[in-house]
Design a protein around this ligand. Sequence first.
Ligand code: BEZ
Ligand code: FE
Length: 279
Amino acid sequence: MEPMSAEQLTAEVVDRLDGTPNPRLREVMQSLVRHLHAFAVEVSITDEEWMQGIAFLTATGQKCDDVRQEFILLSDTLGLSSLVDLINHAGDVPGATEPTILGPFYVPNSPERAFGASMVEFDDGGEQTIVRGTVTDVAGNPIAGAMLDIWQNSANGFYAVQQPDVQPATNLRGIFRSQADGTYEFRTVRPQPYPIPDDGPVGQLLRDTNRHPFRAAHLHVKVSAPGFVGTTTHVFDAESAYLDSDTVFGVKGSLIRSFLPDADGELVCAMDFALRADS
Ligand code: BEZ
Ligand code: FE
């Protein structure tokens, strides 16, 4: 038997996947093998580096539990999560609010809160802020009864889910509904820039590649309404640090808003959301 070349090995693995009954799985796996092999050839990966890679992925899996998803952090910090978002949503209907990544701190079943109510259940000195705006379709017609599921971090930089012994579980989380004219409003504190969890292998990789772990300050919003395509997005603070170096590549210009004092001196962040019809 002749010694096999790298090209022949790649072709043989790809051929071996020819019998995959699900055509999409076949396409994805064959492409994955081609790209994985091409990557290994391009960097002339050594035995030690391959083993280091296996150890890194093993540690990444071992760091995962019910509330910690290290693989998603890896995807986020490599820009893959934002790439998946771009591939699937860059061509969305013009005028619709742009989506961005979900992140690991979303907790379903937040409390329903009334129009104008506060989400603050734990005071650690955050700057009081009103967030308000209108939910519309892409033509600007108000959507009544839209659901806005909001979550954000506290002045100390942490989400409630990260500090079960410090913050009430529903602090800075809430579900709000738009009124008949599409408007919504709630009270909160100004979100803060914060480091993604960096005490695991992904944090080590950030340090090894001389990258910081910080996200620009933002609120998370899931907006949905019957008859419309819901969106998962953020509102970024225009004055935040890290807007141009968000460690998970989640910032989009259309999602940046100023937090400005109104006539009564209260800090207001105005953000409208537009949803495309579900058809
Ligand atoms: C977040 O925005 O909550 C987040 C996103 C990606 C990684 C870590 C946190
Ligand atoms: Fe976040």
